[in-house]
Write a protein that binds this ligand. Structure first.
Ligand code: GLU
Length: 431
């Protein structure tokens, strides 16, 4: 790229990625794939910056009559292969930089599993535990109005992510419909089933992790029955994966969340643990297992580790400590690049986020298709199609990884970057 082209050539002026920050991690992952892109490599700069980012102020009236301001974001990383697609998270640590990285991972994810979407992500910086349901509704509606000009069923389609669910999606859809006067069910996915949501969407991400995990274990000659599994994060993804693996005969030996960590060598009773954690206090103080120090979670003897919480959890030090032979990334961006190298040198296989947790967006795609057709599929059909799409992606990425002698992550990035950049070339530059 000619340096005269832009005063911003090189780094973006408004983010300062570091080796351990999400955008820094995303860039490092893109850079590792670039040498394998042949004649497309010079175009990679287009993936090293988001197409568009938006920061919005969200003023709302609190229940006590005072006013509060929240900061909201929507990052649209690429629309080369289709409209933007990606969740919205509510979390006190959300930043523009994080949302940009999450949007970038959505571009790679949607391309790696071959969905006709680009990548986007949104977030609001707040602690949902500190807001009432009515306050959360007001934040959601104002946020949706503020980003309303850049989302839409053919433009950019939000969905649930950390701390957001079907109710939040219902408020988003209703707000968008009220503002536009259109019954746009397809503007968000992950809606309640009565409002054009898809059967199977709630558990789709965890189910995708389970389906891919079983296939990876088969390829690595690791029996599922009796396998010891440690799970970080017991939200939608972690708890569903736990449920499905336990039903298949695996032992969920440890679970860690933001409140604590719990261990049982004979396997934790998943249904009871879920009921306990949904009581509001997380997994801490669960009487059906032994309480362990949160940091000791990483030392637990297990065959499989499923990080399904936030980014940057598998650091260099932790990567040197873990006992698992297989890591299934339910979270987005849980492993830092240096940790990836250590896992690779220790022979630990990582099924990367961009394919491993793609079950959620796959069923979001089914929901979007069903909304356009106003014709809804059965849960069996959905689960079967989900399994086919994610297993095809795993097969393709596994083959590329062996052929090019790179990690599954780099292989997934190579496959995805190729697809996005080919679309970019075919479309040409406007104007
Ligand atoms: N938030 C989920 C993810 O990270 C789902 C996104 C979607 O369904 O659009 O993949």
């Amino acid at each position: 790229m000619d340096d005269r082209a832009s005063p911003f050539a090189g780094d973006l002026s408004y983010v300062y990625p570091t080796k351990t920050s999400p955008w820094g991690t995303f860039l490092a992952q893109v850079d590792r794939a670039t040498p394998f892109l042949g004649s497309l490599a010079p175009l990679i700069e287009t993936l090293r910056r988001p197409k568009r980012t938006l920061i919005v102020d969200i003023p709302i009236e609190l229940d006590n009559g005072t006013m509060a301001h929240f900061e909201g974001f929507r990052a649209q990383h690429s629309f080369a292969r289709g409209p933007g697609k990606g969740g919205v998270r509510f979390h006190p640590d959300v930043t523009l930089e994080e949302v940009m990285a999450l949007a970038g991972w959505m571009t790679i994810k949607n391309a790696a599993i071959n969905l006709p979407f680009g990548g986007a992500k949104g977030g609001v910086r707040l602690d949902p535990r500190k807001l009432s349901k009515k306050e959360l509704e007001r934040v959601t509606r104002r946020y949706t109005s503020e980003i309303g000009a850049i989302i839409g069923p053919q433009q950019d389609i939000p969905a649930p992510d950390v701390n957001t669910d079907a109710q939040i999606m219902a408020w988003m859809m209703d707000t968008y419909a009220m503002n536009t006067g259109l019954a746009s069910t397809g503007v968000v996915t992950g809606k309640p089933v009565h409002l054009g949501g898809s059967l199977g969407r709630v558990k789709a991400t965890g189910r995708g992790v389970f389906v891919m995990g079983c296939e990876a274990m088969k390829r690595l000659n690791m029996p599922v029955e009796g396998a010891r599994i440690a799970i970080q994060g017991f939200g939608n993804v972690g708890s569903t994966a736990a449920e499905l693996f336990a039903a298949a005969g695996a032992l969920i030996v440890a679970v860690q969340d933001s409140r604590g960590a719990i261990f049982c060598s004979r396997g934790l009773p998943v249904a009871e643990l879920l009921a306990h954690s949904q009581g509001g206090g997380g997994v801490a103080n669960f009487s059906g297992g032994e309480t362990i120090d949160r940091e000791s979670f990483w030392d637990v003897a297990c065959e499989v580790l499923i990080p399904s919480a936030l980014e940057g959890q598998l650091t260099e030090t932790r990567a040197g400590r873990i006992k698992a032979q297989l890591v299934l990334e339910g979270a987005n961006g849980p492993t830092l690049p240096e940790a990836d190298d250590i896992l690779g040198s220790r022979g630990i296989v990582v099924v990367p986020d961009v394919i491993c947790n793609a079950g959620g967006v796959t069923v979001s795609y089914f929901e979007w298709v069903q909304d356009f057709a106003s014709y809804y599929w059965t849960e069996d059909e959905i689960n079967q199609r989900l399994a086919k799409i994610v297993l095809d992606a795993l097969d393709h990425v596994w083959e590329a990884s062996q052929r090019l002698r790179v990690s599954l992550r780099t292989a997934a990035f190579i496959v995805a970057c190729e697809r996005v950049l080919i679309a970019h070339v075919e479309r040409g530059l406007y104007p």
